[in-house]
Design a protein around this ligand. Sequence first.
Ligand code: NAD
Length: 367
Amino acid sequence: MGKEVIPEAVEIMKEAASRYKSFEVETSEFECGGAYYLEHDREWSEDAERFVKTEADAILLGGIGAKNDKGETVKLPNGNLAGYSVVIGLRQSLDLFANVRPVKLLEGIHSPIADKTSKDIDMVIVRENTEGLYIPARGRLSNREEGDLAVDLRVITAKASERVSRFAYELAESRSGAPVDGAKRVTCVDKSNILAGCRLFRESFDKVGLDFPKIYKDYAYVDAWTLWAIQKPEYYDVVVTTNAFGDIISDLGGALQGGLGISPSANIGLSKAMFEPVHGSAPDIAGKNQANPIAAILSLAMMFDWLGSRHGNKDMAKAAEAIRQGIESTLRDSDVRTKDLCLGRWSNVAASSTSEVASEILKRIKW
Ligand SMILES: NC(=O)c1ccc[n+]([C@@H]2O[C@H](COP(=O)([O-])OP(=O)(O)OC[C@H]3O[C@@H](n4cnc5c(N)ncnc54)[C@H](O)[C@@H]3O)[C@@H](O)[C@H]2O)c1
């Protein structure tokens, strides 16, 4: 489904480049993931891997994950999803340490929580992206007398915990605070009542926090956070957490803002960054022109934000904001939306296709 939503984002990217004279965008496109693996026995070409790792400034990635003709997910011989080295591998090899997932309920989206509106939900989840439970240190022993045994090692370091905490505090400084009270607040989400790694993560959060005296520090155990995020989402501004917890709670964040079809993300490192919709390859709707392109287009806006601040280019920040405005106007002022958003007040609206939504957004962008 990446093949359907990413081209829509790329078209908007090219339009932006043609509108602003202060920057140019050069794009190179590569196939990768399960479908590519089925055909070539590699997750992507050598050329793609070399280019992405050494030459690209920013990477825009569609969801990976394909099914074979028996309907099974395509996997590598070691059991990992085919495409693993592109998504998880790049996060590690390029040291993209902060996974940033904004959660904002836009006007024109049916709120999954009855009494909450777009004024209540506007937070960013920042997930440590390079270690924790997702480092490639795992194994399985089979055919033992006692039965199978599997181990997934979880590694937490002070260095990675401190740098992702610093990223979260800096992000909070740049935002306007939590919807409930305008307080610039960073919530550390962990399981430090039980796990040693989480205790180190929290200590690192506190240590770095000393450099940010004006930011309000807040703490939640991950299980309690999932409850509070539903009961009082307006309380949260920036939330920082470890890798696997972040993976899980950000899907809850996706639900809070109306679904995976509108949930963007960024993987930020010191010199490179990768932008991707949070969703996967959605095999249930792939190839039908039904997928919501907004998550991919919002990811593009995050890419322009990042490139703009990296190159000191204000027009890129303007392009990012114009793209977000185009999306907001489409949802707020029109009925054009894909099927996943035809809920509540919009349940009787005829669903638009992927390309119709993208064209409407492009039409409404005021560059
Ligand atoms: N980063 C990634 O590339 C990534 C992330 C998650 C899952 N995956 C892979 O994707 C495949 C499918 O996984 P899954 O079904 O668990 O997750 P998924 O995110 O692909 O889909 C979950 C549900 O959300 C819906 N959905 C997702 N994106 C949508 C969009 N843009 N518009 C409308 N509806 C959308 C799907 O139709 C599906 O019902 C698996 O192989 C999985 O491993 C990849």
